[in-house]
Write a protein that binds this ligand. Structure first.
Ligand code: ADP
Length: 503
């Protein structure tokens, strides 16, 4: 069963191959015109040959018909007169010669439809009232080629010319008219036409066979050559995939392959950038995690190296170690939050939420931190806002922005949170009177582990992950985040999120 399915799949793949299609097209383009040409030539030859044969025989029959008339063959055929008998014999001989020349048969029919002469001698005296004979008496010659039996049948009128005297003018003219007094029904062989056709057919068969062989070879070669660039591209991509090469691929044979190669190279470039940033991230994570561990180790070792350490020193070192462990814990918590946020597949837990209420809750939670630094936090709500958001993720956004505004503020400073909305978006704006961010650093603050002033940040206690998490959460809501800042004066972060969630 499985092998059957495998066979089917292989057949379908084979039928879908470009090579097979090119092969079929070349075959059709070569063979169909050749076959048409052959049948055209054969049919044309046959028609011409038959027409020519009819014309030649008709000519001779006309001459014979004149002889018949001039010798009164039709009217006197029963006469025993010596002179008529002689001319009758002459005409009969002519008839015999004609029929033997064309391997045919001539019947002479008089106006009573009676056969008065049959070169085969079997139908004499019989009456023939066939359609062709009747038509011929009415003046319509006919000829018919019987392809199957290989003979041509034709009728020829025997016309007697009547001359009428016209006496009206000085120069008396003689007008002539004709009367059909008999019909010659002739059949001649068309076998030599058939034989020539057979010969031509045999030659055409051989030629066609040679042509088919040439076209098949051409189709095989062409289909191979034309599809080669696509094999090249597959090989190059495979080399990159298997890791033998990380160079950009180039197959300039066709515009199409060039475009595929370009698209692949761009993808490769993106993958390299992703890989580089992943490596950088891992290096940064390791470094950030190692720093508190190294401090803990130094603290522990210095305690161990001393004997009779006073209890206060012990306590002080232990407190330092605990704060390093807290920091380590904070980094790990932030990292986990970031990883969660980056998981694209993770669905948002969207619900309609009172944003004013959420903001108040968050500010309430952060006020003790502000109080510690003597920073005043003001909330200005322009209107009630209800939006479809993920509560947890939006809380992270608000908390991070307000926490930063407090953390990177000066003593006795202020933080102002403004909530506003239009018909499409609500905006969450956090401005502070803090240290600000240098203009050249603004582009980097959303990068993971990026801190403007490392020593300062460390003392404040940041991990450099807060804004990266914030930005991911905003983007997950299809929102935007912007910052404006003046060094030494303060910063303004504005987050805009659609009121209705767009999936
Ligand atoms: P951290 O955990 O260090 O605060 P963030 O990603 O939240 O990391 O912020 C990155 C850097 O941006 C911070 O180290 C800080 O230097 C700067 N920053 C963020 N918010 C503010 C702000 N309101 N005022 C001044 N600097 C800020």
């Amino acid at each position: 069963m499985l092998s059957k399915i495998g066979y089917r799949i292989k057949t379908i793949i084979f039928l879908k191959s470009l090579r097979l299609r090119i092969f079929v097209i070349v075959m059709l383009a070569g063979i169909v015109p050749a076959v048409c040409l052959r049948y055209g030539i054969m049919n044309n030859y046959e028609e011409q040959a038959v027409e020519q044969r009819i014309a030649t025989v008709q000519n001779q029959l006309m001459v014979l018909a004149n002889h018949l008339i001039s010798n009164n063959y039709l009217t006197n055929y029963q006469s025993k007169e010596q002179s008529f008998q002689t001319s009758k014999e002459v005409i009969n001989a002519e008839l015999e010669m004609l029929s033997s020349l064309y391997e045919g048969r001539v019947l002479i029919i008089n106006n009573n439809y009676k056969v008065i002469k049959d070169t085969y001698g079997i139908s004499e005296g019989k009456i023939i009232i066939s359609e062709e004979v009747l038509k011929c008496f009415l003046g319509q010659n006919s000829s018919h080629y019987d392809k199957e039996h290989g003979y041509i049948e034709m009728t020829t009128p025997i016309v007697r010319t009547i001359r009428n005297a016209d006496d009206s003018g000085k120069n008396s003219n003689k007008a002539a008219s004709g009367e059909i007094v008999g019909v010659m029904l002739t059949s001649v062989t068309g076998e030599n036409i058939v034989a020539t056709l057979d010969k031509m057919n045999r030659k055409a068969d051989i030629l066609e066979l040679i042509l088919v062989v040439i076209i098949i070879s051409l189709a095989i070669v062409l289909s191979g050559v034309l599809t080669r660039p696509f094999h090249k591209i597959t090989l190059s991509i495979n080399e990159v995939k298997e890791g033998y090469s990380d160079k950009e691929i180039s197959v300039p044979d066709y515009i199409e392959t060039e475009r595929i190669a370009d698209a692949f190279n761009q993808l490769l470039g993106r993958m390299k950038v992703l890989d580089d940033s992943r490596q950088e991230f891992v290096a940064n994570v390791s470094h950030e995690l190692k720093t508190p561990m190294a401090s803990i180790k130094v603290l522990a070792e210095s305690l161990l190296s001393q004997e009779d350490v006073p209890a206060e020193l012990y306590r002080e070192f232990m407190e330092d170690m605990a704060s390093e462990i807290d920091r380590e814990n904070q980094i790990i918590t932030d990292l986990l939050a970031l990883v969660k946020m980056d998981k694209k597949a993770q669905a948002l837990n969207i619900a309609a939420l009172d944003i004013n209420h959420l903001t108040e809750l968050i500010l309430k939670r952060l006020r003790p931190l502000a109080r510690k630094k003597d920073v005043e936090v003001v909330f200005e709500s322009m209107r009630p806002v209800v939006a479809e958001v993920d509560e947890v993720k939006l809380s992270i956004v608000m908390t991070n922005l307000v926490e930063n505004a407090i953390k990177y503020n000066r003593e006795h400073g202020w933080v102002k949170v403004t909530l506003d909305a239009d018909h499409q978006y609500f905006s969450f704006r956090v401005s502070d009177s803090g240290m600000g961010i240098p203009q050249e650093e603004l582009g980097h603050i959303y990068e993971r582990f990026y801190r403007v002033d490392k020593s300062h940040s460390k003392e404040i206690g940041g991990t450099g992950l807060g804004l990266a998490i914030t930005r991911s959460a905003v983007l997950a809501h299809k929102g935007t985040i912007n910052v404006e800042s003046t060094e030494g004066e303060g910063s303004v972060f504005v987050v805009k999120i659609p009121l209705t969630y767009i999936a």
